[in-house]
Design a protein. Structure first.
Length: 191
């Protein structure tokens, strides 16, 4: 737990005086929004053209890489959840697994950054929606008492960084394949 975690956590964590709609909206963002965001992405992969399909595949690969990175970090740096330290109120059931970094935040921000890297300038509205939804998912984890703010911030960074690494790797691979194709075309034909 970092120095700023306790005051920010207590400020954001819902309590018995919090409006019911705030708690319900946070539950929705935490439990349902990730799946509801994934369904249109998968449907779009099936329905849209090759360029979109490739972009969405890279976004999903970014999410998978972010989750693997989170698992490795959690294994090496097991940090307790707020409830394990007797802090705040926990509004959803959650086990006592390590909390740093937040896998919900990592997945949401990997998808948002993947969309950011994959859309053209005429679809920038989609990027704004993706960032807003990702932020809602991440914030909900603190509101519901299952993560500290540093867990969520680390998850956001892991997710966004995973997307950048996946996209850069894909770009380098594509450039390497194009160079090899060009090299084959320019070689004299023997036979």
């Amino acid at each position: 737990m970092l120095l700023f975690d306790a005051p920010v956590f207590h400020f954001l964590n819902a309590n018995t005086q919090s409006p019911l709609w705030w708690i319900q909206a946070s539950r929705f963002a935490s439990n349902w929004l990730p799946g509801l965001c994934a369904l249109p992405v998968i449907a779009a992969m099936l329905a849209l053209g090759k360029g979109w399909r490739r972009s969405l595949q890279l976004a999903l690969l970014s999410m998978a890489c972010a989750w693997v990175a989170c698992r490795l970090i959690r294994w090496g740096l097991p940090m307790p959840r707020p409830a394990q330290l007797g802090m705040g109120m926990q509004w959803i059931a959650h086990g006592a697994s390590a909390s740093f970094p937040s896998m919900h935040a990592a997945g949401a921000f990997a998808l948002a950054q993947g969309i950011n890297l994959g859309v053209g300038r005429h679809q920038r509205w989609l990027v704004v929606v993706a960032w807003l939804l990702a932020t809602s998912v991440a914030l909900s984890r603190v509101v519901l008492g299952v993560h500290f703010p540093s867990d969520v911030l680390a998850g956001m960074l892991v997710g966004a960084a995973s997307a950048v690494l996946v996209w850069r790797s894909a770009l380098q691979l594509r450039q390497m394949q194009r160079r090899q194709q060009l090299k084959r075309r320019l070689q004299p034909q023997i036979g």
